[in-house]
Design a protein around this ligand. Structure first.
Ligand code: GDP
Length: 355
């Protein structure tokens, strides 16, 4: 994994042509903008740096599509030196040949100086396409990128492709996969989650960033989008409930909308277990972070105090009541192990408690 950055923060860069959907993606994923409201967003016309405050930090640099970033006047080193992944957004509903050409030029340029950057191609807005057409378009784009790169002598380029849309969970899944590649501790996290699953007969366990609904790790049993969706919907429920009942701590300061002090240090961490159809869902807050950075859009979401990493487990319905104590105990063990893996997370938690 190449989460290289001077400040230790994996950095993502979002690029693509104008109107491909970059602003929409970062607004929906990081600012909880309802997808339909992206219709009214201003298109990206300048470089925007946004950092996401989480147990890990990353930045979304929203580039305008028309910018010539290989112009010598432009500080390429400054931009590419520290990024872990370049996300290239292609509008699948539009003509994409020029987008592919620019992508390939970028990859070939980067190849020499920055061979470790993961290139992640989001074949975006696939919601508008029929199943057949969607598959064909996806394959066509992959083929064209690979052919052209190998024509230039670049075989097996480290480029991954995802089909995405802001109208369903696919954009969150894709981000999750992109970010996981940037977490050097991923194998350890997966091993911890595997062991938790087998000890407690859990079918699927995810470590979620509640704020963005990106999961930073899951156990290594096969993932299907269905279990992601169940967990992600559950987060919405928990968030809504905590909004209505003011749980778990700290509230908006009301009228002026300024954020409350982070963290009531006496508040217990959230643990819930609920039946959902034939499944039981278990959610437990793992750590909270310090009060978020300033949000340039001043969105309400970013000012919420309850930002944390949560473990969400999906399991069958055999004797959950007895199970809960066992799970609580083992999750406690997991949480302690996690703190060893991420000393930074622990620091954040401490800061949050003393804030
Ligand atoms: P940018 O110039 O790359 O930042 O593009 P914008 O984020 O401004 O998006 C351009 C248009 O694409 C907007 O009208 C969005 O509503 C629309 N859009 C973005 N993502 C999607 C998507 O996943 N599906 C569909 N159907 N439209 C999208």
């Amino acid at each position: 994994p190449n989460s290289k950055a001077g400040d230790g923060k994996p950095r993502l860069l979002l690029m693509g042509q104008r109107r491909s959907g970059k602003s929409s993606i970062s607004s929906v994923v990081f600012h909880k903008l309802p997808p339909s409201e992206t219709l009214y967003l201003e298109t990206t016309t300048r470089i925007k740096k946004e950092s996401m405050h989480s147990f890990m930090d990353f930045q979304v640099w929203d580039f305008p599509g028309h910018l010539d970033y290989f112009d010598p006047a432009f500080d390429v080193d400054n931009i590419f030196e520290e990024i872990g992944a370049l996300i290239w957004v292609i509008d699948a509903q539009d003509e994409y040949l020029e987008a592919i050409m620019r992508l390939n030029t970028t990859i070939l340029n980067l190849q020499h100086s920055y061979p470790n950057i993961n290139v992640e191609v989001f074949v975006h807005k696939v919601d508008g396409l029929s199943e057949d057409y969607k598959g064909d378009t996806f394959r066509d784009i992959i083929q064209r990128v690979q052919d052209e790169l190998s024509d230039h002598g670049y075989e097996n380029a480290p480029v991954s492709f995802y089909q995405t849309s802001i109208y369903d969970h696919s954009i969150f899944e894709a981000f999750s996969k992109v970010i996981q590649k940037l977490i050097p501790q991923l194998p350890t996290l997966e091993a911890l989650l595997n062991s938790l699953c087998s000890t407690c007969h859990i079918e699927k366990a995810y470590l979620f960033d509640i704020m963005s609904k990106i999961y930073i790790a899951t156990d290594t049993s096969p993932t299907d989008i269905g279990s992601y969706e169940i967990c992600s919907d559950y987060i919405d429920v928990v968030i809504d409930v905590s909004e209505i009942y003011g749980w778990p701590r700290g509230e908006q300061n009301g009228d002026d909308g300024s954020p409350a002090e982070t963290g009531n240090n006496d508040a217990e961490s959230l643990i819930t277990m609920e039946r959902k159809g034939n499944n039981y869902l278990y959610l437990r807050e793992i750590n909270k972070y310090v009060n978020p950075r300033e949000c340039p859009r001043e969105c309400k979401w970013c000012q919420r105090p309850d930002r944390y990493l949560a473990l969400i487990c999906l399991m069958g319905d055999d004797s959950p009541a007895e199970k809960k104590a066992v799970i609580d105990y083992n999750v406690g063990v997991f949480q302690a192990a996690l703190k060893q893996v991420f000393p930074r997370a622990e620091r954040d938690a401490v800061e949050a408690q003393t804030a």
